[in-house]
Design a protein around this ligand. Sequence first.
Ligand code: F6P
Length: 357
Amino acid sequence: MKKIGMLTSGGDCQALNAAMRGLVKCLTNSSEDVEIYGFLEGYRGLIYGDYRMLSGRDFSGILTKGGTILGSSRTPFKTIKEPDENGINKVEAMKDNYKKLGLDCLAVLGGNGSHKTANLLREEGLNIVTLPKTIDNDLYGTDMTFGFQSAVNIATEAIDCIHTTAASHGRVFIVEIMGHKTGWLALNAGIAGGADIILLPEIPYDIKKVAKAIEVRHEKGSKFTILAVAEGAISKEKALLTKKELKEQMKASKYPSVSYEIADELSELLKLDVRVAVPGYTQRGGSPCPYDRVFASRLGSEAGKLILEGQYGFMVGIKNREIVKVPLEEVAGRLKTVDPQASIIKEAKMMGISFGD
Ligand code: F6P
């Protein structure tokens, strides 16, 4: 008999259900007897012993469903070692609940912060297997995270829609793309949506160069311009600030996000109306795309295999199209960012896409 705990933690994304279904199908399809404990709303459920017993039937019909049947929440790693408002030691509580239930393993579906906590629990002696979820694609140790391709599809569709109205009205439009501190989503959706300018956190922009790129387009006869701007995009000046200085500036800013600041600066420089569209949380909502359904199912199945073999302390990921297992200590606390020298950036530049650098 294997007793498996499972939780989904952090911002949700598409294909969380598909990944859990893959994992559970692999387990229930084996000769091993299994009990599945689904912790509700991420690590919160493990801390407070809030769980549901699940059977294979709970995972039927969820391949195509967005969100997560377990619910999710953010339990910041920064404060994980601090007691909660009632003085409960969160790490000890998680260990106690794991032990009380006699679990053999905990499967964690999460992004960057969740992997730090998963690794901490591994260091504390729990058996952990993780799966890489996030629309941001910023997890170290895997070429891709599930949720990313679905989000690229949605962000691309948003740019496509803006394209037609921008063309009709001869306008400059900024589409702000999620991605947290990295530009994977903006880069891929930007290229897929035919954006003329793509601004990424990894390539700080010079607003005058961005304005120049728009002017050049207009001189060549293009009446509209589309900018795909990552929510974490940063100017060259701001990139020189310390973390603390930057935080203070952002707090004092009158703009809800970087795109509105860029729009204001460009309007001023070009004497043009610049509009902003923010697809926001739609990017991590709805049904997973076919790629993510397949990818998350594969990861889930391979995670199930690791659990059956008693191989713990790994994240399942993908490298050069092969599913691999990566030690958690290699993943935790490391961000996978876009390399400004990567060939995809060079290819985009050769096509005339400006990165404002
Ligand atoms: O990590 C996924 C993500 O959607 C990021 O792209 C975004 O910056 C963040 O989560 C938003 O977080 P929250 O759900 O806490 O508002």
